[in-house]
Design a protein around this ligand. Structure first.
Ligand code: C5P
Length: 293
């Protein structure tokens, strides 16, 4: 019997997110730096109990279809992996429907685990599968700082930001990603193609921690319009001493950046003063690699 494998699935924040007008396929072009963080789900892949006929995904607290199940099925189809049915157990820590890419992170980690279990760690076919599962999945396959363009299918690894601490404030509310993109269209927040192109150049030139004028999320007004409690949450993070406070992705999660050598220590101290907040650090790909469980 094959041994059990484990992998971490870091959630992400977006250090910038610039929005373009919808393409013919309905998706919006983006220029975004995705930063995976130490707030992560834990995944365990092992053979399913005798009698199981298909792969099963167990994810306490999250009802309904799971993107990680789609990831396992897509990997079997693409690679011909024909191991007996597997059980994937997900321990959730990343808030759900929160703009932190938790479902995408789990799907990306499921692909890493399946390739490893198949004896093909880092199988290039997982790169082809990832964009079909969701626009954050390609950037979370090797969870390090990444610049994404297109609708997330173009992925450029960036150096890990050093001297950075984060405070993450999950919300009690949930936001649907398509609703937030639709609200952004209603509010006409999208930029012209030439402006998006120029921003991609500017962001690419700055590395993984952009200057303050580029620490910006175009979806923020749309998220606040649908979930007004985001605005006071941003204020609380600023009042706790963050150098910068933003909405992550389509929200409603809010995060604060604490920049500099003392950033991680300041973030840990600040998190104690913000209800529900957790301190986090940037994640690196090595921390998320499959390992024996
Ligand atoms: O990629 P993900 O599954 O998170 O996207 C969910 C939905 O969000 C898409 O179906 C689309 O409505 C919207 N979206 C978009 N443009 C993107 C990413 C997501 O319009 N770049």
């Amino acid at each position: 019997m094959s041994p059990a494998l484990a992998a971490r699935a870091p959630g992400k924040v977006n250090l910038c997110l610039f929005l373009g007008r919808p393409r013919a396929d309905g998706l919006h072009p983006l220029v975004s730096i995705i930063l995976p963080v130490s707030l992560a789900d834990d995944l365990r892949l092992e053979p399913a109990p005798a009698g199981a006929r298909t792969d099963e995904v167990r994810c306490a607290g999250v009802a309904g279809p799971n993107l990680a199940a789609d990831a396992l099925a897509a990997y079997r189809t693409a690679s011909g992996w024909d191991a007996p049915p597997q059980r994937l157990t997900i321990t959730k820590r990343v808030p759900v429907a929160a703009g932190m890419g938790g479902g995408s992170a789990d799907a990306a980690a499921a692909l890493r685990l399946a390739a490893h279990a198949a004896g093909r760690p880092g199988d290039p076919s997982i790169r082809e599968i990832a964009p079909r599962l969701g626009s954050d999945v390609p950037a979370l396959l090797e969870p390090g700082a990444t610049l994404i363009t297109g609708a997330g299918e173009h992925v450029e690894p960036l150096p890990a930001p050093r001297s950075l601490g984060l405070v993450i404030v999950p919300s009690r509310a949930a936001l649907s990603t398509p609703d937030v993109f639709r609200e952004a269209d209603r509010l006409t927040l999208a930029r012209r193609p030439e402006d998006l192109h120029a921003l991609a150049h500017a962001v690419r030139a700055t590395g993984s921690l952009p200057p303050p004028e580029l620490l910006h999320n175009d979806l923020e007004p749309a998220a606040i319009s649908l979930e007004p409690s985001i605005a006071p949450a941003l204020e609380r993070v600023r009042a706790a001493g963050a150098d910068h406070a933003m909405v992550s992705g389509s929200g409603p999660t809010v995060f604060g950046l604490f920049i500099g050598a003392d950033g991680p220590a300041r973030a840990r101290a600040a998190a104690l003063g913000v209800p529900g907040a957790v301190a986090a650090d940037p994640a690196t790909p090595a921390l998320s690699a499959p390992r024996p469980a």
